[in-house]
Design a protein around this ligand. Structure first.
Ligand code: ATP
Ligand code: MG
Length: 250
């Protein structure tokens, strides 16, 4: 069994089927893209995998263990961390403290709550260094521009030391230059042995960085494969044209 496998994963919101019998297979070490028009079910898929939502039907296996139905904190402990499409830092806390909040959880898990705080601060600074936020460590997180808030989101996910990282539109609102930096950062994260699933509308970014892409439309998988295959798939082109989505060109 691969690192993450969903089987017939389905989520209904009343009469709306947001995720419809999705079989997603994510292999260790890959960067796996999930794309699709607005409302296709991408964020709902992440919410199911991370335990924010319970599936209506289907199963989720992570490291050969069934995780659907587990609470989010258990899923984090097993090794899945995520970022949010709408960034949500603790705006009043400093950038460093935002990472420490994530680490508090990690510390509790490993050693109980009494391990020296100084170690956590040192590790948090290392993480900020690696995402390029070291010089902003002590300012309130709410004052960061959007590009750096997205980096802070990734730093907080890194602090959880996941095996699988789910990134929900990490390139949204970023300049081309910032996207270059993001590619490099995601590459470094993967080089440390982390597997990444990436939801994204910025096509050039997805096409460049992902080895495999799964395309969702109305909750269903309509295509899957290497970036160049998927980009030329008639069903994919149709799905994007059908929405008139300007994002598709991005
Ligand atoms: N909590 C909820 N309650 C009811 N409907 C929801 C809920 N969350 C999502 N939906 C609906 O489910 C569908 C899928 O939404 P989702 O947010 O997963 O799409 P998405 O692919 O992430 O879209 P986007 O690209 O715009 O972020 C949409 O029709 C949305 O309105
Ligand atoms: Mg979304």
């Amino acid at each position: 069994m691969e690192l993450l496998e969903t089987e017939g994963l389905t989520k209904d919101f009343g009469g709306l089927r947001a995720v419809d019998h999705v079989d997603l297979v994510v292999r260790r070490g890959e960067i796996h893209g999930v794309i699709g028009p607005n409302g296709a079910g991408k964020t709902t898929l992440f919410n199911l995998i991370t335990g924010y939502l319970r599936p209506t039907y289907g199963a989720i296996h992570f490291k050969e263990r069934r995780i659907d139905g587990l609470p989010t904190h258990r899923i984090v402990t097993l090794g899945i961390a995520r970022t949010f499409q709408i960034v949500r830092p603790f705006t009043e806390l400093s950038v460093l403290e935002n990472v420490l909040v994530a680490w508090g959880h990690r510390y509790y898990r490993k050693t109980g709550p009494f391990r020296p705080y100084a170690n956590a601060r040192r590790r948090a600074r290392e993480i900020l260094e690696s995402v390029g936020l070291a010089d902003r460590a002590d300012i309130p997180a709410g004052t960061l521009p959007i590009g750096l808030q997205r980096r802070l989101e990734i730093a907080r996910a890194m602090a959880l030391e996941p095996e699988l990282m789910l990134l929900d539109e990490p390139a949204a609102g970023l300049t081309e230059e910032e996207i270059g930096g993001l590619k490099e950062l995601v590459g470094r994260i993967v080089a440390t042995g982390v597997t990444v699933v990436l939801v994204e509308h910025r096509m050039s970014f997805v096409m460049d960085i992902c080895e495999v892409i799964t395309v969702l439309d109305h909750g269903r998988v309509i295509a899957e494969g290497a970036p160049e295959e998927v980009a030329h798939d008639p069903a994919v082109i149709e799905a994007y044209l059908g929405t008139g989505s300007v994002n598709a060109a991005g």
